[in-house]
Design a protein around this ligand. Structure first.
Ligand code: ZN
Length: 79
């Protein structure tokens, strides 16, 4: 289906949300599994305090890369 770029993205995010949103993730800085989502696409390590911009519901996934691209585009477009 062409022309439904929003639909595809949203379905992908909600798929991962149901499975992943309560998980914690390994911190890229200290290596401990204590990274939790603190707000939309923003994650924080409870151990070392590192803040990571990731995906909406998962940390380091293709979704996260997409989210970063989206954010970068929005920032570039609005500034
Ligand atoms: Zn850490």
């Amino acid at each position: 289906m062409k022309g439904s770029r929003y639909g595809r993205r949203i379905r992908k995010l909600s798929d991962t949300a149901t499975k992943r949103k309560k998980d914690s993730y390994e911190c890229p800085k200290c290596g401990k599994r204590s990274v939790k989502r603190i707000s939309y696409a923003l994650w924080e390590c409870r151990s070392c305090g590192a803040k990571i911009a990731g995906g909406a519901y998962t940390l380091t996934t293709p979704t996260a890369k997409t989210a970063r691209k989206m954010l970068a585009k929005e920032e570039a477009g609005e500034e």
